[in-house]
Write a protein that binds this ligand. Structure first.
Ligand code: HEC
Length: 132
């Protein structure tokens, strides 16, 4: 009887600890996934804007700026405590440089916007291929 009680107690406690661990794990990855979701959303909207001619210049400028701001969070989100992997940092930096360059193109240049959207997407893929 005592053994059975101990066994049940152990099973319940073990389950509770496992649930806590999984929960903590999910919360830790919530922020990086959130940052990525913002990037995904804004890049998608930028892609849609680039498809329509003439493109919505003010909309694209605001989205580029937002994307650029969000990329600032990539490293802190993924490496809140540890040192940032240099290769990871390089990928994020390349994305930021491309975004900075995209913002210097005249906002009414829809063809440039299409090209820039493609280049931005490539930087996302490059990092994902190695780190995701
Ligand atoms: C420097 C590296 C890096 C760059 C640049 C990057 N990502 Fe990510 N991305 C990751 C990593 C790592 C994950 C996996 C995160 C996880 O599951 O915790 C990820 C995951 C994602 C996800 C899935 C999120 C989820 O809920 O599982 C999306 C969507 C995404 N990225 C979109 C983008 C877009 C769009 C861009 C470009 C504008 C981009 N990423 C640029 C590293 C990067």
């Amino acid at each position: 009887m005592r053994l059975l009680v101990l066994f049940i107690l152990g099973a319940v406690l073990g389950g509770a600890i496992a649930a806590l661990a999984i929960n903590a794990q999910q919360q830790r990855s919530a922020y990086p996934r959130g940052v990525m979701a913002v990037l995904q959303n804004d890049l998608g909207r930028l892609r849609d804007i680039a498809k329509v001619q003439p493109c919505d210049a003010t909309g694209s400028a605001a989205l580029l700026q937002r994307l650029r701001n969000a990329t600032q969070e990539i490293e802190p989100a993924m490496y809140p405590q540890d040192e940032v992997d240099p290769t990871f940092h390089r990928y994020a930096e390349k994305l930021r440089v491309t975004l900075d360059q995209s913002m210097t193109a005249p906002i009414s240049d829809c063809l440039a916007l299409s090209r820039n959207v493609a280049a931005i997407g490539e930087h996302c893929d490059n990092c994902h291929r190695e780190f995701r």
